[in-house]
Design a protein around this ligand. Structure first.
Ligand code: URA
Length: 211
């Protein structure tokens, strides 16, 4: 099995390594390392986010945990039965994912929440490994254009083979389908690009298709 987790001291991205060093000094109690994926590899749904949030996943060590994007994501997962338990904004809340795994296109927190192209590229082998290590995979949900495009590249497909579109389900001629949602960031909900209803509709459609 290919390794789906970068080393704790992964040195592939110069800028992110420097940022990690700075964060270790500024926030010594934070996770400050690549954030591992959450959920079982035998899940049928893989959710792909962008990158850890500074005070979210980079603090707690679990994707989407501890920031606004996680509030919306985990509430929605709980509502549609993709998660069980209670979401407590930390990795020790006992919440479990049901038939679902969550990962990020980039595993280390980037400055200003914006990974640059070379960082997405450097981290892609871990995304490729995720996908190839999920034998029951039926749906990949790309949250936002960057995640969508990185999944296409991880699958060896051209960017033109499927254009990101909120609510779309792309048949790529593979055993799984690539679904799209706008990222559940505070920016997207504040600007009205993504409403809770729009986000829920994507998970309702996934639930129906997964049975
Ligand atoms: N937290 C994550 O882990 N990923 C995102 O894309 C946003 C917040």
């Amino acid at each position: 099995m290919t390794n789906t987790i970068p080393a704790q001291d992964c040195a592939l991205c110069e800028r992110l390594v420097q940022f990690r060093r700075d964060n270790c000094v500024a926030h010594p109690t934070f996770h400050n390392a690549p954030v591992p994926s959450f959920g079982a590899l035998n899940a049928r749904l893989l959710i792909v986010g962008l990158a850890p949030g500074m005070k979210g996943a980079n603090q707690t060590g679990r994707p989407f945990t501890g920031d606004y994007a996680g509030d919306l994501l985990y509430a929605t997962l709980l509502r549609f039965g993709f998660a069980k338990g209670e979401y407590g904004l930390n990795a020790k809340d006992g919440l479990t994912l049901q038939d679902t795994r969550i990962t990020n296109a980039v595993r280390c927190v980037p400055p200003k929440n914006k990974p640059i192209g070379v960082e997405v590229k450097n981290c892609r082998p871990f995304l490729t490994a995720e996908i190839s290590n999920m034998p029951n995979l039926k749906f990949i949900l790309g949250l936002g254009t960057l995640a969508h495009n990185s999944v296409l590249s991880a699958l060896g497909l051209k960017q033109s083979s499927a254009k990101f579109s909120h609510g779309a389900f792309h048949n790529l001629g593979m055993p799984f389908i690539l679904a799209n949602s706008y990222h559940c960031s505070r920016y997207n909900t504040n600007t009205g690009r993504l409403t809770e209803e729009m986000f829920s509709n994507v998970f309702a459609a996934l639930k129906e298709r997964l049975g």
